[in-house]
Design a protein around this ligand. Structure first.
Ligand code: FES
Length: 246
């Protein structure tokens, strides 16, 4: 009798979703695909769709996307592993991302990330035991004018400090309501993933709350246009200001 030796390779094919889930996702997928002239263009939203079901992109989710779009699982995996917005393992209800790119880092992002790791007892891309918070360091989120920035499920929490960030994760873990500095109200990672898949945010006032650019984002534009000939830019935490204008 020949001995079976595992080579540590993944077992393929992955299992399917349960029939009820498969049917529901298939109906949603048809709606998403109908938005595009070429079905394979729907891959990114479909990956968000499977994340909205499982909270991450599993092998089953990759199989679903591949079979739905007529792609290979290798093609889907290549995309799912390229973009950091797709999680590859079960994770928390709240993805807490601390920007540690250059500007946020020097403005306090590095300190926030270090203190959150110690406070939560997790490392980068790890989840708290209660399954609530997954911590990660993230690259620039184009919110440098509000540095240092923390994002929870892609909603902005501007001008953070180690203390405010620790209070934020404590509130998330305790189920207390938290409000992003700007943008739509916070929802869970799975709910966010469904919105990113292109389905409307049905919560009352959510779309209206998205708003426009904040004052810090518009200051440079106003100076350039001469609308603000002499401006004193004061940090929101009341620290040293910078002269601008002319
Ligand atoms: S460096 Fe943090 S948002 Fe740009």
């Amino acid at each position: 009798m020949t001995e079976q030796i595992s080579l540590g390779m993944p077992q393929l094919p992955a299992p399917e979703f349960p029939a009820e889930v498969q049917g529901r996702l298939a109906a949603d997928a048809r709606e998403v695909i109908a938005r595009y002239p070429d079905s394979r263009s729907a891959l990114l939203p479909l990956l968000h769709l499977v994340q909205s079901e499982e909270g991450h992109v599993s092998r089953t989710g990759i199989r679903f996307c591949a079979e739905t779009l007529g792609l290979t699982t290798a093609e889907v995996t290549a995309v799912a592993t390229f973009y950091t917005m797709y999680r590859r393992k079960p994770s928390g209800d709240y993805q807490v991302g601390v920007c540690t790119n250059t500007l946020c880092a020097v403005m306090g992002g590095d300190a926030i990330f270090d203190e959150l790791k110690a406070h939560l007892g997790v490392g980068n891309n790890e989840t708290t035991d209660d399954g609530k918070v997954t911590l990660e360091h993230i690259e620039c989120n184009a919110a440098c004018d509000f540095a240092p920035v923390v994002m929870v499920n892609w909603e902005f929490f501007d001008n953070q400090t180690p203390e405010s960030a620790k209070a934020l994760v404590d509130d998330l873990r305790a189920g207390r309501p938290v409000e992003p500095t700007r943008g739509a109200p916070l929802c869970t990672y799975k709910e966010t993933a469904r919105i990113l898949a292109g389905f409307p945010d049905e919560r009352e006032g959510a779309v209206e709350a998205s708003g426009g650019a904040g004052p810090a984002s518009l200051t440079g534009l106003k100076i350039a246009r001469g609308e603000t000939p002499h401006t004193t830019i004061v940090h929101p935490r009341g620290e040293a200001g910078t002269e601008g204008g002319e």
